[in-house]
Design a protein around this ligand. Structure first.
Ligand code: NI
Length: 170
């Protein structure tokens, strides 16, 4: 089922996800919904609190359009190591129409559980490393706007508030 994606400045995006303790059929259904919602958007990543579920859970798929899908599920993730620096032009499904260059670590080592609850470690670089950092931020209530300089932050905030007011009055 495709869920509604919450847009900034909705306060639910600032919630910290709770640790996932039980790997239930309900959790599997939520993961399926998140994947379906991400692909429909389309986007390369989606965190649970972007659809109003404040849990330590996100999905990513960084495969190119012409490649087979590569869905990855991260539950209770923790970034263990960050190295190097990269500037990446990022977007976010909670900031429609916004693209901004953000400073990130070039590579990360992340530890997380998969959808069955099995722990894994992953070394990521390129877009996957950026996506993991972006989505891990979401789980702590941190958003791309928080990484912007003062002026860009103000402009983006204003643009998004205007957009949400216009949508409410439609
Ligand atoms: Ni995002």
């Amino acid at each position: 089922m495709i869920r509604t994606i919450i847009h900034y400045p909705d306060k639910r995006l600032r919630s910290t996800g709770k640790k996932v303790e039980a790997f239930t059929p309900e959790l599997q259904a939520l993961i399926n919904d998140m994947a379906e919602t991400m692909y429909a958007a389309p986007g390369v990543g989606l965190a649970a609190n972007q659809i109003g579920e404040a849990l330590q859970l996100f999905v990513v798929d960084v495969a190119d359009e012409n490649e087979p899908s590569d869905l990855r599920v991260f539950i209770n993730p923790q970034i263990l190591e960050r190295s190097g620096k990269v500037i990446w032009k990022e977007g976010c499904l909670s900031f429609p129409g916004v693209q901004e260059e953000i400073d990130r670590a070039a590579t990360v080592k992340v530890r997380a559980q998969d959808r069955e609850g099995k722990w894994f470690e992953l070394n990521a670089d390129g877009l996957l490393a950026v996506a993991v950092q972006h989505e891990c931020d979401h789980l702590e209530g941190v958003l791309m706007i928080d990484h912007m300089g003062a002026l860009k932050k103000r402009l983006t905030h204003r643009k998004m508030v205007k957009r949400s007011v216009e949508q409410t009055s439609e």
